[in-house]
Design a binder for this molecule. Structure first.
Ligand code: GAF
Length: 382
């Protein structure tokens, strides 16, 4: 955990409110494989990381509540009555959305002050948004003794994202951020919302993240569009979600689908199978097989599901001739953010130098590179 970030958040809170806050760390996440499968009731393979959101929160006697986003240096006050979303794209919606969903469950909270900061940039595809939502619901649960389980909390965070942020996300991000286990990735079945933890020790290899530092506009609406394609194909197949379909089933309705939508549904079915195969490859320490699945995932996200972008495709393509990189793919919702790379530890420094220069030359901007540790989920910092 980033102790400088913790100190900054704590000091900012103390200076403004002159009272001791509860401090919460809520991690971002990586995802080894299983992209866009969560809202299809399928499998995903995420892990919480040691980067995320630190929030300081405490009850307030004032007539209103307040939130301060350190990174943006923006402060907002709001009444807990008649909550309404701020304009689209506002960070306030992650907080107000959580408050509103708590109220929808007839839980009573009083006014509070929250200060937060993070060390994952928004749009990195590492889910700073779920981390923020989880930190808010976790903090309010603690302050006002709401009696929410972690499971209740992630559903509240997810609903906040649906109803206040406007992204009809699945449950992967909120789950990974809340339930992460140090040194483990979680093979999560998004239908039962139960996960099997996998101890991650890639021996001579590690996972390296490369951030394109772009987030293309319309990514939220493109995400919601993908989700509705999947739902309409499921409806045609008369099944609950694409997790229940085989490639054979899909072929039976091929003539009722546009070629684009057929490919999208096919991608989901194949990606779901890849996530399960990846767990088997990991159980048998077959990193070569895992790497191939990771590459295949990118190919599908790029060509079938069409959620990649030039910057991500470039970063992945640049790994292909490097025998010390076993797999690479875009990670998260897409249209920007990070790639995840399964790379030999001995190669990391050389590759960092190489890719930084190549990316700069190609796009005339810098990429950022992160080495992360797998961490525990949302918790109070003592
Ligand atoms: C975003 C969403 F929030 C997740 O629910 C998931 O669908 C992911 O994109 C794609 O796998 O992070």
């Amino acid at each position: 955990m980033n102790t400088t970030l913790i100190d900054t958040v704590k000091i900012s809170f103390l200076n403004t409110f002159k009272k001791e806050p509860i401090l919460i760390f809520s991690p971002g996440r990586i995802n080894i494989i299983g992209e866009h499968t969560d809202y299809n009731d399928g499998f995903v393979f995420p892990a919480a990381v040691n980067k995320g959101i630190v929030a300081a929160i405490q009850k307030s006697d004032a007539e209103v509540s307040s939130a301060f986003a350190i990174d943006k240096n923006e402060r907002v006050e709001f009444s807990l009555e008649n909550l309404k979303p701020f304009k689209e794209g506002s960070w306030e919606n992650y907080i107000l959305g959580v408050v509103s969903e708590i109220q929808n469950r007839n839980k009573i909270i009083g006014n509070f002050d929250i200060v937060f900061g993070g060390d994952i940039p928004g749009g990195a595809g590492m889910s700073s948004s779920a981390a923020l939502e989880n930190s808010v619901v976790f903090g309010l649960n603690e302050l006002f003794n709401l009696g929410l389980s972690k499971y209740d909390m992630i559903l509240i965070s997810q609903k906040a994202e649906h109803n206040y942020v406007g992204v009809k996300c699945g449950i992967m991000d909120q789950y990974a951020s809340m339930f992460g286990v140090e040194d483990h990735a979680l093979l999560l079945d998004c239908r039962t919302v139960k996960a099997s933890p996998f101890k991650i020790d890639f021996k001579d290899y590690e996972l390296l993240l490369i951030n394109t530092n772009v987030k293309h506009s319309l990514s939220d609406s493109a995400y919601n569009d993908r989700r509705s394609v999947c739902e309409s194909v499921s409806e045609l197949l008369n099944i609950k979600a694409l997790r229940d379909a085989s490639e054979f089933d899909l072929d039976t309705i091929k003539d009722q689908l546009t070629p684009e939508n057929y490919q999208k549904a096919l991608f989901v079915i194949q990606e779901n199978a890849r996530a399960v195969k990846a767990s088997k490859a990991m159980k048998s320490d077959d990193l070569q097989a895992l790497g191939q699945l990771i590459y295949a995932s990118h190919e599908g996200l790029q060509k079938q599901y069409k959620v990649s972008c030039d910057e991500l495709d470039f970063l992945v393509a640049e790994t292909k001739s490097n025998a010390n990189i076993l797999g690479a793919r875009m990670m998260g919702g897409g249209f920007g953010g990070c790639t995840i790379n399964l790379i030999a530890k001995a190669e990391v420094n050389t590759f960092k130098d190489y890719i930084s220069e190549a990316y700069q030359n190609k796009f005339n901007k810098a990429c950022s590179i992160y080495e992360v540790k797998l961490s525990d989920g949302t918790h109070i910092i003592n």
